[in-house]
Design a protein around this ligand. Structure first.
Ligand SMILES: [Fe+2]
Ligand SMILES: [Fe+2]
Length: 145
């Protein structure tokens, strides 16, 4: 299994792809929304119990900032989920959610990844990837559709 930062990057790519499809393919929106509602919260939760938990004591300010971003993404996702697909507010809400998520991903891929590589041993980064996958799968089971 690749190390955790590679898994996180793969998730980010998958979620960016989902946003592309949601914006461009109206016919696939309902099923892509279900996937987004499973993938995004699962990804965020799995990061918190692996990478963030591991870095929290070493770089508390950066992790606090990332946790705040997670809280905002969760709130925005919850508001987005309440808007019906055919509502005129749906696309602006999607664009807003995407911007927030992409800004957070960019922070992670630059700042947080650098900190992880600096402060976590390579062997641990590999070990964390297994826990990351397990936690994501567990979180996906609790998603109500
Ligand atoms: Fe994150
Ligand atoms: Fe992430």
């Amino acid at each position: 299994m690749p190390q955790i930062l590679e898994l996180i990057r793969e998730d980010h790519e998958l979620i960016r792809g989902l946003f592309d499809e949601l914006e461009s393919s109206p016919e696939a929106r309902d099923v892509r929304c279900i996937t987004l509602r499973r993938e995004l919260p699962g990804h965020i939760y799995a990061e918190e119990v692996t990478l963030y938990a591991y870095l929290r004591d070493t770089v508390p300010e950066e992790i606090r900032r990332s946790l705040d971003e997670h809280a905002r993404v969760r709130d925005t996702l919850a508001r987005f989920e309440r808007i019906p697909l055919r509502d005129a507010d749906w696309m602006p809400a999607l664009v807003n959610l995407r911007r927030e998520v992409e800004e957070h991903f960019a922070t992670e891929e630059t700042d947080v990844f650098v900190l992880a590589e600096r402060h976590i041993d390579a062997g641990v980064l590999f070990e964390l990837s297994e826990i990351f996958q397990e936690e994501k799968e567990k979180a996906a089971r609790y998603v109500t559709v």
